[in-house]
Design a protein around this ligand. Structure first.
Ligand code: F6P
Length: 342
């Protein structure tokens, strides 16, 4: 029997509860484990706030969005934290190993704690799909489905009014959601953080379909930086990690497109709708498989690793492979989409 701590950290994402359930059920059934859930990510570890998790606590939660444990963008190295504090809290709760479910920041912290001897296994999570060393992260499929449905809806209203419709999706540093939802909805321009484009080019991509009697659709990732700007558009200050809060690039572009083309243009920011609600079937399956694999990794003492996807297989990779460099949209994937712009 091993006593395993679980936490969810960083921005939430559909599928987190399916991971928690799979960990707990795999551990109890396969190994006779006990589980402790730390509340609100690393905050719960630093403050020593945790709940016991048994099979009743995870009954029926795979289909629920969010996380039953809560989350925060707290770093375990914040004031009063660090490896000593983390180790002391784990000892207090008789926790032998920690399963950490999070994005790049969380996994980086996990790697540093692992270097200090804390028994940690990581599970990658993010709607942005930007973590290296894994093909896909759960939450991404759901976000793309939500964005696709929304853009299809924008299309019909745009068509009625002969307008250009701009849809802003999430994607701080990478444009995976924009690329997939844009391709799925036959968008006429897909603007992503990895690629610059000028307002003139964007106007050209809008004008051409309009002249063919089509409703121009522009999908823009929140982190897109148009030529002539130095930073992603941000007007809402900094988040807990001192990163600019993004959002609003669509609203910024719409009047410029309208001015440059003479076509009435509206923008919609999908925002957190993409992260909320029921996970897709595919994300539930992925999250369940990753959760079970994480507990198996604990029992193999595979400390400092992360469970990941390689094609259809679940594999283990060193945490160090997953951090430091984001998985951006490669040039050939952008070029592929670019051929159908305009
Ligand atoms: O989790 C990633 C992400 O959704 C980014 O795409 C976005 O910039 C950020 O989180 C928003 O964070 P918050 O929920 O803290 O506003």
């Amino acid at each position: 029997m091993t006593r395993i701590g679980i936490l969810t950290s960083g921005g939430d994402c559909p599928g987190l509860n399916a991971v928690i359930r799979a960990c707990v059920l795999r551990g109890i059934r396969g190994y006779g484990d006990e589980f402790v859930g730390f509340i609100d990510g690393w905050r719960g570890v630093l403050d020593g706030v945790a709940v016991e998790l048994d099979w009743r606590s995870v009954r029926g939660i795979s289909k629920l969005g969010g996380t039953i444990l809560g989350t925060s963008r707290t770093s375990p190295f914040e004031e009063g934290g660090g490896p000593g504090r983390v180790a002391a809290v784990l000892r207090e709760h008789r926790v032998d190993a920690l399963v950490v479910i999070g994005g790049e920041g969380t996994l980086t912290a996990a790697k540093l704690l692992h270097d200090e001897g804390i028994h940690i296994v990581g599970v990658p999570k993010t709607v942005d799909n930007d973590i290296s060393a894994t093909d896909y992260t759960f939450g991404f499929d759901t976000a793309v489905e939500i964005a696709t449905e929304a853009i299809d809806r924008l299309h019909t209203t745009g068509e009625s009014h002969h307008r250009c419709m701009v849809a802003e999706v999430m994607g701080r540093h990478v444009g995976w959601i924009a690329l997939h939802a844009g391709m799925a909805t036959s968008a006429h321009a897909i603007l992503i953080p990895e690629q610059r484009a000028s307002i003139e080019e964007i106007c050209d991509w809008v004008r051409k379909p309009f002249e063919r009697g089509r409703t121009p659709i522009v999908v823009v990732a929140e982190g897109f930086v148009p030529e002539g700007m130095n930073h992603a558009h941000s007007e809402r200050g900094l988040d807990a990690f001192d990163r600019p809060r993004l959002g609003g690039i669509g609203e910024m572009l719409a009047p410029l497109i309208e001015k440059g083309t003479g076509i009435e243009t509206r923008s919609t920011t999908l925002g957190h709708i993409q992260r909320g609600g029921t996970p897709s079937a595919s994300d539930r399956v992925l999250a369940t498989r990753l959760g079970m694999a994480a507990v198996d990794a604990v029992h193999d003492s595979a400390w400092g690793t992360m469970v990941a996807t390689r094609s259809t297989a679940i594999v283990r990779v060193e945490l160090v492979e997953a951090i430091g460099k984001l998985k951006t949209v490669p040039q050939d994937r952008y070029d592929e989409a670019f051929r159908l712009f305009g």
